[in-house]
Design a protein around this ligand. Sequence first.
Ligand code: NOJ
Length: 471
Amino acid sequence: MIPLRFFRFIAGSVAANPIKTNFKSEIKELNIDRKDFGHDFHWGVATASYQIEGAWNTDGKGESIWDRFTVNPKNVKDRTNGQVATDFYNRYESDLVLLKDLNFENFRFSFSWPRILPDGTGKVNEKGIGFYNRMIDKCLELGIEPWAMLYHWDLPQKLEELGGWTNRDIIGWFSEYADLCTRRFGDRIQHWMVLNEPASFTTLGYLSGMHAPQKGGIAKFLAAVHHASLCQAEGGRIIRENVKESHIGTTFSCAYTEPQKRSGRYQRASERLDVMLNRLFIEPSLGMGYPYKELPFIRKIDQFIQPEDVENLKFDFDFIGIQNYFRITSRPSLIPLIWANRVKPSANAEVTAMGWEVSPEGIYDIIMQFAKYGVKEIIVTENGAAFHDHLKKNGKIHDRQRIHFYQRYLQNVLRAKNDGAPVTGYFAWTFVDNFEWDEGIRPRFGLVYNDFKTQKRIIKDSGFWFQEMLK
Ligand code: NOJ
């Protein structure tokens, strides 16, 4: 297994060791006017099943790889787990009412595969289907558009026991699941996404082993990458087949990558990181194949490719979801395979509670980079920040730094749109503070504060800011 520390920076979901920042933010209020984005721009919040639902063993739900991972409290920094999370399973009605109160019109959620198919395939859990039916119907009743993600990392444990993403049979398992979801919910959901950040879950789950299912090694990683790429395209085809007038996307973690110095060595290191972070999953779907040139070890993926795969990797997505949190300054290093690393943010840089550098121009640059592929639509399907929120005695959370974060990132999203990138939507990560994977419940990314003891929701100032802006 490759040492964990080598991959801490790879994906947006990984915290570097949280750094105390001495940054004193010069907060100037910036005016963001939703009219500038156009009347048909999609404004929403994004969530994920394991991070919010809780009810981990209720009503026939099967075990997921994250249920298994968190059994060992040492796997999670603050020793918490998602067994209750934000209890969305029981509180979805009041949460959706709150979402509507904040003037959001779009809600991104994911289906929990083991809630629907406890063993991953075969017997359907009708109670799980019932939960999603009620939740979707509540969205529609409130005038909220549901945006469904098929896979946000909670693989059924039963399938992991058969090899999970490293087993080619996952194409069949995933197709069965995608077919079921689209048949049962496709009459009421138009917007669908296939995979959440495949570069994150393959790297963290099957290369570094930092996330569930804690597997490691190049062969496992490359097998998982290839099978996820095939499922990404196959999922798109199944949605198109089963859902009338569908709007189909998939999402990518991404971070604009720049060399620390202009020399060739630094440039090449930056290109290698760019492959790992930004290019590995989109290029095969566009028919460009895997990007071997800059990163030769990727060529070993050939051993998993069958002749018909070359065609099957392609899918013509209606939109590409980009999920951006920070930018990377890169340098050559001794990290095996990639031979590159990120340069740590300087001591006076503005960083979030995750240690991620706040770099609003980075979202502009990465949108423009994706726009060059000529994709039809780009939607920012995640962007946001964890900060150290303080609940005041008067029951308020004055998270001005988060407001300022959103204002600056949104300015840059608008700049990219005005410069010709086909940006059609923006989803904040996230609605209510939730379970942040191996980091636990400590990092608070929400527009709404959650008291995890009582499940009381308290709107932060950033939530009120969105409410006002979206009015
Ligand atoms: C990426 C993931 O999709 C999401 O699950 C995670 O919580 C956020 N980024 C923040 O790290």
